[in-house]
Design a protein. Sequence first.
Length: 257
Amino acid sequence: MEWIADPQIWISFFTLTVLEIVLGIDNIVFISIQSGKLPLEQQKKARQLGLLLALVMRVGLLFSIKWIMGLTEPFLHLGDTFNIENPSWYRYLTLSGRDLILFFGGLFLIYKATTEIHHKVEGHIETATSRSRPITFRSVIIQIIILDLVFSLDSVITAVGMVDQIGVMIAAVIVAVVIMLLSASTISRFVNDYPSVKMLALAFLLLIGVSLTAEAFDQHIPKGYIYFAMAFSVLVEFLNIRTEKTALQKLKDEVDK
């Protein structure tokens, strides 16, 4: 029990918890958008199940650290396949298991975000019965599982790179997911209540998809830039919403007079 008195353990725990929450924002946004397509009575269940599956995946991957670290070892050398001798290009075309997961996960996210943006721009109304292929609870959960795997892998590799004790990693992941569960309904309601916020969220999912595919080819976009852009854009959108509400209230007051 000596670890309880070790300040380094607690610093690592709180730092990793905050980082896991930040990394989980992408997951919550995607789950919120996907669950929003279901009937109202199924949405909360889909969000909770999606986040619980994310927790199970993260903890399971943490117990498979040896396998996880093996995923970072290159095994696919596309430079040899295409006879590329340039060292820079050869390095970019040397892929690991993690790279392939990030690449296909990023493509999936780009596809989903682009499809949803197209529906919004074209003016389609999304309901559970409005499409030729009806949206089912199972189809939504399957899509959430696919992205959970991608986000979980990225999250676990980050945890392994920051902390040595598996107990600290698991505790941080559990706390982060619990906080995400408590905030998921509020975030989901906010995203789905305001069409402009939902469009903004889809744009960020598209950006994150591009970031994941770029990272697969060793082109790292600092996540701090992405999250700062997200926070700044949400702040601007929040100010726009407050301005519209104030203007509508003033108009209502004048009409009442």
